[in-house]
Design a protein around this ligand. Sequence first.
Ligand SMILES: Cc1cc2nc3c(=O)[nH]c(=O)nc-3n(C[C@H](O)[C@H](O)[C@H](O)COP(=O)(O)O)c2cc1C
Length: 409
Amino acid sequence: MSSGHCMTGKKIILGVTGGIAAYKAVEVASRLRKAGAEVHVIMTRAAQEFVTELTFREITGNPVNTGMWGKVAHWNVEHIALAQMADLVLVAPATANLIAKLSIGMADDMLTTTILATRAPVFLAPAMNSNMFSNPVTQKNLETLRAQGMEIIPPASGHLACGVDGVGRLPEPVDIVARVEEYFCQGQSLKGRKILVTAGGTIAPIDPVRFIGNRSSGKMGYAVAEEAARRGAEVVLVLGVSALPDLGNARTIRVETTEEMRQAVLQEFSDSDAVIKAAAVADYRVKQVAGQKIKKSDDDWSIDLVRNPDILYELGQKKEHQVLVGFAAETQNLMEYAKKKLAKKNLDFIVANDVTMPGAGFQGETNIARLVFRDGRAEEHPMMKKSELACVILDHLEGIFRERCARVE
Ligand SMILES: Cc1cc2nc3c(=O)[nH]c(=O)nc-3n(C[C@H](O)[C@H](O)[C@H](O)COP(=O)(O)O)c2cc1C
């Protein structure tokens, strides 16, 4: 997948410290900007001995911060504002001095103060003479920073400016930027895909106050929709009757009856890349829905039910490029029913669960599932959280997308 778009609009603070490789930071800034990032440079006092602030200002199109006490361009409480707005802080090159200062929490200039104040991930690209790098105190400092969650981009080996060969060279700017892109693209594996998910139960109204429903809580489909959105997909969640709130990062369409769900799904189907139908759809509806509340009498009461349209079957008939995933909630003959459903509805795979097992099925936070595929393969999963099962399902979906890409190539 092309990763350039992952950086679009990301606010990156590029810290530049006083090493001989500071000139390479110009290319880092340039590449970050070309990849779509908004780059804000903070230079240490020593860095300004190596490169000028003007170069970074021109390359990034933003004012460059050269110290805590100078004129402020436009930030309010500048070090805090920069620290708060950052999506990521990258220091390239990072001197031994900066690494030492960070390891003890010093904040005696704009860069160290910003790093101490930020919650954004911090990436350091150390560059120095190989003896400085291998010095146990530098290694210990790096270890301290790593343990705090900072990412250390390992220096390359080669000829150093001080005339010796060894470890300590700043990696090529292209590689540094690739690492940053990789970070932003993480979890964006479904970017550019539209995923349609159904969840919750549909109901069959009897009269204005009564309905026939089922026990679906919507949690399984909701977890799938949540995870797909987290992976960068455009998600449409068609949610039946469920106490769950609208999903952030996704479009939630609320429906009650099977026909409403059918309409919503068909509307969204043609440009979807995959449909994951986790909803518990009412198979029958009441033949004659009463306009007014039916009054109780002393007699027994029977209701005529008629068959609802089978949405999943309809999608299976219509499907072109879409990957279709179904669920089978059964109380007996799990595998047999699941295999039949997979074939009849033209699914790519089916998630089967025996809802009678403790830890599986409706309402709860966990599920026990078997995934059954078109080639007859079945994969059995132990009890896991619905959010974990959502990951398993989407990993398989991504596998199918990848296979198709490979076939097209
Ligand atoms: C010509 C020259 C080159 C230097 N190159 C490096 C270097 O590559 N890496 C490093 O850690 N320090 C290097 N130093 C030492 C740093 O500039 C010095 O430790 C300084 O205090 C770093 O300040 P800063 O970390 O605030 O930028 C160099 C010094 C000079 C004079």
